[in-house]
Design a protein around this ligand. Structure first.
Ligand code: PEP
Ligand code: MG
Length: 836
């Protein structure tokens, strides 16, 4: 076997095996295998070509990454950290590329001999990256530059396999996950990679991460649509590659866009301060209203000493703390709690197992740092890396890392992590709440949360929403100035925290709170009844479906039918296109599950932010403006034909809807294939064919489309994206892309008018249909069918029953004349709270 990496002696001296080092951390290879040199020279040189990954502030230790990811730590003398750099001179800095033999550190040998426990200098392979030491040139005098160690491709566990026999395998994949490779998917990828012996990395955007390191994966900052190359070596590299590629390409259940749907009417009719009442403004993270007293939870920094008491002692302390926290996390995950809570704890457990994180902490311990300092520094490096990616969603995972930092440091420093004893109706105020802190609180006493920092998609926000606790984040430094016990109203829907409100405001909020709870109970009780406006005008309230399970839940929630079946979601996890029989069976099952109620099946809408493995689309510069929806189907007529036949067979009463239409030609082309399929199947009677209005073009020619279509249904998610030129998946624009923008409303108005010209009904099946502030405006614009997620149906129906068509028309006319989405929201909320 030939070596694929040779390390040359960095020093003149006597080479011996690592077991000779009088420190168990090195002697027992706790930091990795290697050799040691008792120096006679006073300059440390690079043992091979590489990049300096770290150089200790005391300049007594340096780490270098060689080709293939092999990491080498060189530690000059023992317990030399205590010399605080005296007698050491560094010639390189972190990040610098070096050639074999380059000078790294000079040191005063005599000074060292007087102050160090020993001069012996361990050279340790802290990350062998799939290789093993095959030859050591020890028990002899060495000169700088002479061979010292040889490494070859070998699998851990003693199974020798020359790397030349298991070539590097690569595979390119595109990330289909709508929110990119954030914490939970990263943990799943690492989990899958760990099942294989193979070394695997993900390479993208000029960065490389160990596939077994969830934090490393996250710090790649991979977003939806990014291309990434999987690189694997080892005996089972092919299987490992396949498993990880399949997992990523399958979307891990996150291929579908997640849109905010319901924004209930805020307690504050307008999201502004009331006169005479101090208000802090933040961002809604979990909806709702709370009235209560301030409970402050501002944490003291946990102090950790920089220097350790010997590497063996510090390593034992870190190991014990990691084990203790791991045990606590698994106990918490077993205890009662929802799926969101378990998923978050799962991600924390995966971070604790992250080999890069613990490896970095151990390296610092090896350099003389204390366990606490090393853990904080290792976490800190990742926190910096994640924050610097400029991806808000990934940056929000920082609080998970800080949470783990705190939990481990508390154990190391022998402190208890006790949350505050909450009084009833506590509104918790914090700089940034950590997930474990929230989970430790009694939800029955916790009325709301307001944090100075944080983000709306952080794990704390997800947890708060799953616990039904209203939460506002990013409310600014004013939060820290609120005194314990201050009376508060937290209007999460408006993103406001009212400080010390007067008796009248408190009473109003209490009344609103009671009314909300009654409204929810009452709405559920009448959800299954037909929906009519106050004057008896019928409004169809339908559900959007993407699976059979959705269909089963829809009937329960009071859906009167399905206004949008997203068929592309039915067959996501597959490599081959579903055949006609399979599709027909699925459509039939969904039609049965909604009890034969009206069903609108949308033709496959693949492309843009929705990918399907069996329908690959070439990489595009601008996918939202490229091959998607009907454009794809018309270029693959056999897929269109198969789907139309399957719908006609499985759900013969269903209406069919074409996505992403921009012109009459597309509608006519689909109609031709539909008519042909009907003839082949011997169908008599009608099959309604409708058009989704998702592009400004379709809205502007709605009258022309209506002349030949059977109905129109507005997809406000895309219509808003294309009208405002704002990517619907871009988290940085999430606060700005609001479908209540008057430009979007004017296009909807144009659509209903175009439909009405030909006596066609117009529905809305995008996210706006489930937004309570939008419902009266949409009805006022002439929309007669609203299709929304099932969960939104009871309250939407209850609200529609209180509305009169005339008042809605008046509101809609005013909305069209507003200058911004915010202004429209304010107008509608004022209308709904009866303050107009
Ligand atoms: C829409 O664009 O509003 C819509 C309903 O379609 P999708 O969200 O599936 O793109
Ligand atoms: Mg759409």
């Amino acid at each position: 076997m030939t070596a694929d990496l040779v390390l040359r002696s960095p020093l003149d001296g006597w080479a011996s095996s690592l077991s000779e080092v009088p420190d168990p951390v090195f002697a027992e290879a706790m930091l990795g295998d290697g050799v040691a040199i008792d120096p006679t020279g006073s300059t440390l040189h690079a043992p091979c070509e590489g990049v300096i990954t770290s150089i200790h502030a005391s300049r007594h230790a340096v780490s270098l990454r060689a080709a293939g990811g092999v990491e080498i730590l060189m530690h000059i003398g023992l317990e030399t950290v205590a010399m605080n750099g005296e007698g050491f001179e560094a010639h390189v800095v972190a990040g610098q590329a070096v050639a074999a033999g380059d000078r790294l550190i000079s040191f005063d040998l005599e000074l060292l001999a007087r102050h160090a426990k020993s001069l012996i200098t361990p050279i340790v392979i802290t990350n062998p990256a799939g290789r093993a030491i095959t030859t050591r040139f020890v028990d002899r005098a060495v000169k700088t530059g002479e061979p010292l160690l040889a490494l070859s491709g070998a699998l851990a566990g003693g199974v020798v396999a020359a790397i030349a026999d298991t070539p590097e395998l690569t595979r390119a994949v595109i990330v289909p996950l709508i929110h990119g490779l954030h914490a939970r998917p990263a943990a799943r990828v690492a989990d899958t990679a760990k099942r294989f012996e193979a070394e695997m990395s993900l390479v993208a955007l000029n960065r490389r991460a160990n596939a077994k390191s969830p934090i490393g994966l996250m710090s790649l900052g991979l977003r939806h649509g990014d291309a990434v190359t999987l690189v694997a070596t080892g005996l089972d590299a092919a299987a490992a590659l396949e498993a990880v590629a399949e997992l990523i390409e399958g979307g891990m259940g996150e291929g579908a866009p997640v849109r905010p749907t319901v924004s209930p009417v805020p307690f504050s009719a307008t999201p502004t301060a009331r006169p005479g009442v101090a208000v802090l403004r933040g961002v809604m993270a979990s909806p709702g209203l709370a009235v209560g007293k301030a409970v402050r939870l501002f944490l003291d920094e946990i102090a950790v000493p920089e220097l350790g008491q010997g590497a063996a002692h510090e390593k034992a302390a870190l190991d014990a703390a990691l084990t203790a926290v791991r045990t606590r996390i698994s106990r918490e995950a077993e205890a009662s709690g929802g799926q969101a809570r378990r998923a978050i704890l799962g991600a924390h457990a995966a971070f604790l197992e992250d080999p890069e994180l613990t490896g970095q902490a151990l390296r610092l311990i090896g350099e003389g740092k204390s366990a606490g300092y090393a853990w904080r520094a290792a976490i800190g490096a990742y926190v910096e890396a994640l924050r610097s990616l400029g991806d808000r969603r990934i940056a929000e995972r920082v609080d998970d890392l800080l949470d783990l930092e705190r939990r481990v440091l508390l154990v190391i420093s022998g402190q208890e992590d006790r949350g505050p004893d909450l009084p009833q109706d506590a509104i918790l105020l914090a700089e940034e709440l950590l997930p474990s802190q929230l989970m430790a609180l009694d939800p029955a006493r916790l009325a709301g949360i307001c944090t100075a920092g944080g983000g709306p998609t952080s794990h704390v926000a997800i947890l708060a929403a799953s616990m039904g606790i209203p939460a506002v984040v990013a409310a600014g430094p004013g939060v820290a100035r609120v005194n314990e016990g201050t009376s508060l109203i937290l209007d999460a829907d408006a993103g406001l925290l009212h400080l010390a409100p007067d008796a009248k405001a408190l009473e109003t909020a209490q009344t609103a709170l009671a009314a909300r709870s009654e409204r929810r109970i009452a709405a559920r009780a009448t959800a299954r009844e037909d929906c009519r406006m106050a004057d008896g005008t019928r409004v169809k309230v339908f559900a959007n479906l993407g699976s059979l399970a959705d269909a089963e839940a829809a009937a329960d929630a009071g859906a009167e039918g399905c206004g949008l079946l997203r068929t592309e979601f039915l067959f996501l996890e597959r490599d081959t296109a579903p055949d006609e029989d399979e599709q027909a069976d699925e459509y039939a099952a969904i039609a049965r599950a909604i009890g034969g109620r009206p069903l609108i099946v949308r033709l496959l809408d693949v492309g843009g932010d929705k990918t399907a493995r069996y329908l690959p689309i070439a990489a595009e510069e601008n996918p939202a403006l490229g091959m998607r929806g009907i454009r794809v189907l018309l270029r693959r007529p056999h897929i269109l034909r198969t789907q139309l036949r399957a719908i006609l067979r499985g759900a013969p009463h269903a209406k069919i809807m074409a996505p992403m239409v921009t012109g009459l030609g597309e509608l006519r082309a689909v109609r031709l294939v539909l008519d042909e399929a009907r003839r082949e199947l011997g169908r008599v009677g009608r099959t309604d064919l409708g058009v989704m209005i998702e592009t400004p073009a379709a809205a502007m020619i709605a009258d022309l489309l209506a002349a030949e279509a059977d109905f129109l249904s507005v997809g406000t998610n895309d219509l808003t994206q294309y009208t405002l030129a704002m990517d619907r998946g871009n988290p940085d624009l999430a606060g700005d892309i609001d479908a209540l923008h008057p430009a979007v409303l004017r296009l909807i108005a144009q659509t209903t008018q175009g439909g009405a010209k030909h006596a066609l009904w117009t529905g809305v099946c995008g996210g706006l249909a489930g937004d309570l502030a939008a419902v009266p405006i949409l009805l006022g614009l002439g929309v007669s069918e609203l299709s929304m997620p099932s969960a939104a149906i009871p309250e939407a129906k209850a609200m529609i029953r209180t509305l009169s068509p005339e008042a809605c028309r008046g509101l809609a006319a005013k909305a069209l004349a507003q200058s911004s989405a915010d202004a429209v929201r304010t107008l509608s909320n004022t209308f709904l709270t009866g303050e107009a």
